[in-house]
Ligand binder design. Structure first.
Ligand code: XMP
Length: 321
């Protein structure tokens, strides 16, 4: 019988065998896969695992706290956070092209991670690198080009090949739903185990136009409201993900009280999907849309219009960039 607890036991035994008395590093992205992989390794080797979490400033509201507080409380994992917010903002200055943004974010991420790794190596011999590779990733990279080239899906968790590490990949035989079950079995918080997909480049590709601190703050507020309302309406399981996109270079006239406003629109992009290769726009209840719209325009001063994306994929991708 292939139970979740037997998966955990088997993987813990394998990790112990592979790592022996060695030390391991794991980059956490805030997503399910790296969180579960690290928790398994922590269970196997305890404090000989150190996790590195890079705050690139493109995270959503509360995500850093979810990792630093909730995840650490649940696992007791040894965590190093690198605050690289300014560095990413500087690197993204003036950049508007989506692929360019991805390249820059991916490049900076690797540099920051490599620095963290050098710092750790200076204090001990870290020989192993933990990665949350799943079975579908293994199959995908083994062959079948798929449609991967439509956008360069540069996964920000992805690292260069020339790292001097032996890989530990405890999720290589598992599918996503099994990974979530393992995460639950290990006592990880719901907010992490059930998290919807979120792109590695984060809010950086949800600001159409240049990424600035002010724009990130605006988008973070709008996004937090949309997520809060969707969750409290009990819709999280129905929706694959719901990007909230700030059209930062577009302005439209509005009116509030006695005054004319000239603000920015945000787009809601709720989609239903099985695997993100195709998607349909989710028919959200009007009451929920209304609450989201009212709250965003009331609570986020810079936004005076909320619009709904009703395009399927294809032809529209899920993200706007
Ligand atoms: P699209 O926009 O291509 O997105 O329909 C499909 C799925 O991939 C996610 N996505 C990304 N994930 N790095 C990532 O790690 C990226 O650059 C990236 N671009 C899109 C998107 O959120 C959706 O789940």
């Amino acid at each position: 019988q292939w139970t979740t607890s037997s998966i955990v036991d088997e993987q813990v035994a394998r990790i112990r065998e592979q790592v022996g008395n060695g030390k391991a590093i794991c980059g956490l992205s805030g997503g399910v896969d790296s969180a579960v992989a690290a928790a398994l390794v922590q269970r196997a080797i305890g404090d000989r695992l150190t996790c590195v979490f890079v705050d690139h400033g493109l995270l959503r509201a509360g995500e850093r706290a979810q990792v630093e507080r909730d995840y650490v409380a649940a696992t007791g994992i040894r965590l190093v956070t690198v605050d690289a917010r300014e560095r990413f903002l500087d690197a993204l200055k003036g950049v508007t092209d989506p692929e360019q943004k991805r390249k820059i974010i991916g490049r900076e991420f690797i540099r920051v991670f490599e620095q963290a790794e050098r710092d750790l190596k200076a204090e001990g011999d870290y020989e192993f690198l933990v990665q949350g590779t799943l079975y579908p990733d293994v199959v995908e990279s083994g062959g079948g080009a798929g449609t991967a080239n439509i956008k360069s899906h540069h996964n920000v968790g992805g690292l260069p090949d020339d790292l001097q590490f032996t890989l530990v990949e405890p999720l290589r035989a598992l599918f996503k739903d099994e990974v979530r079950r393992v995460g639950t079995e290990l006592g990880l918080p719901e907010t992490i185990v059930q998290r919807q997909p979120f792109p590695g480049p984060g809010l950086g590709i949800r600001i159409i136009g240049e990424v600035t601190q002010e724009r990130l703050d605006v988008l973070r507020k709008a996004d937090a409201i949309a997520r809060e309302e969707l969750t409290s309406a009990g819709l999280d399981r129905q929706i694959w993900q719901c990007p909230v996109v700030l059209l930062a270079d577009v302005r439209s006239v509005g009116v509030q009280g006695d005054g004319r406003t000239y603000g920015h629109p945000v787009v809601l992009r709720p989609v239903s999907s099985e695997d993100a290769m195709t998607a349909d726009w989710t028919r959200l209840p009007y009451e929920v849309l209304e609450r989201i719209s009212t709250r965003i325009t009331n609570e986020v001063a810079e936004v005076n219009r909320v619009v709904l994306d009703v395009t399927s994929k294809p032809p529209g991708t899920i993200e706007w960039e």
